[in-house]
Write a protein that binds this ligand. Structure first.
Ligand code: NCD
Length: 358
């Protein structure tokens, strides 16, 4: 397995075949991700989760994924709580924590930090977000979701029109996602942002070089027109460093905008968190009951994808599938009160959880 023992630092590392293999494994592990099966394949293994920046989804879904494979988690959730605040280098921290654990997940505000961590250890280091750089595992789960949504709609992902909207300059999730999307065929990528927050030129060039059409606009009403996928992002205020770019009301992605520009099968995505405070310019909660909104299918799918990644990096993919056992505890059929009818815990490519567990 090509991922065995490797650091996961950038989505640049993945080839199309790796994605297919990883997503197939995620499908097999979904019963455990969804609480319908248990798995003890990583019993005795320890994940160190080191977050030097705020996180809800990434940290908790990584920790949940590891626990659902039977492993244990040790974690710190702020730089102030570690000896880095006493002047310890990231390299020393990495080497020390590697002696306590079998895999590290690290988030850090400085772009070079992940390479420093990885350079000091042979224990696999997984990037949970490095400044405005990358967030490769978010891109993996985004693409997994997108593939499943396309399968549900009966359309291939190749050939789709995908609008990436918001702060494309600082958004690390879109940076990683664009690299992975470039591995597909014949896409139209519409980058919708204010001029000051454009997608980095090297990423646009990569997509063009791989044969995709790339368009740029600062007008959401134009950029969203006929989009098959809208991937909205949050203005990354914490990365603006004193700049205050124009970010007008037109960047609020509302039901009215989506209805005016998109179609019935448009898939609406966002890495979350979205800003839902009154007056915020982000993905609007007025879309919450719209079945096109896939954001919670994204977050749910993140657990299965991260389980598949741990199993692959630690070399227990086949063993993990073989170790699935039916779980007997209560699990509601639908998790969110507004989840779409097809967003069911037991919805597993037509097969029941028993079939997957057997
Ligand atoms: C993102 C992040 O931290 O980069 N969130 C996430 O991990 N799902 C997006 C963001 O903070 O805007």
């Amino acid at each position: 397995m090509p991922l065995l023992g490797r650091h996961i630092l950038s989505s640049e590392q993945f080839e199309r075949g790796d994605l297919d293999q990883l997503f197939a494994l995620a499908d097999r592990l979904r019963p455990a991700a969804r609480g319908l099966a248990s798995c003890r394949v990583l019993e005795g293994a320890v994940l160190a989760s080191l977050f030097f920046e705020p996180s809800t989804r990434t940290r908790l879904s990584f920790e949940s994924a590891f626990a659902k494979l039977g492993g244990s988690v040790i974690s710190t959730s702020s730089g102030d709580a570690t000896s880095v605040s006493k002047g310890e280098s990231l390299a020393d921290t990495s080497r020390v924590v590697s002696g306590y654990s079998d895999v590290l997940v690290v988030r850090h505000p400085a772009e070079p930090a992940l390479r420093e961590f990885a350079g000091a250890t042979r224990v696999p280091v997984i990037n949970g977000g490095n400044g405005a750089g990358e967030h490769p595992t978010q891109a993996l789960l985004d693409l997994y979701t997108l593939e499943r949504e396309c399968a549900r709609l009966g359309t291939p992902l190749d050939g789709r029109r995908i609008a990436l909207v918001g702060d494309l300059r600082h958004g690390r999730t879109v940076h990683s996602l664009v690299r992975l999307l470039s591995l597909y065929r014949d896409l139209t990528l519409v980058c919708v942002s204010p001029a000051a927050l454009r997608m980095p030129a090297d990423l646009l060039a990569l997509c063009a070089a791989r044969g995709h059409r790339v368009e740029e606009t600062d007008r959401p009403d134009t950029g969203l027109r006929n989009a098959d996928v809208v991937y909205a992002t949050r203005l990354q205020r914490e990365r603006l460093g004193g700049e205050s770019p124009e970010y007008g009301e037109e960047f609020r992605i509302t039901g009215a905008l989506v209805d005016a520009c998109c179609h019935e099968g448009t898939v609406l995505m966002h890495p979350l968190p979205r800003d839902t405070r009154p007056g915020a310019i982000d993905l609007d909660p007025d879309l919450d009951a719209d079945p096109r909104l896939a954001v919670f299918r994204q977050t749910d799918g993140g657990v299965a994808v991260r389980m598949a990644l741990f199993a692959s990096v630690l070399g227990v993919a086949e063993e993990a599938v073989a170790a699935l056992r039916p779980a007997g505890w209560y699990r509601p059929e639908q998790i969110g009160v507004q989840d779409a009818p097809f967003h069911r815990v037991r919805d597993l490519d037509g097969a029941g959880p028993e079939a997957a567990v057997r």
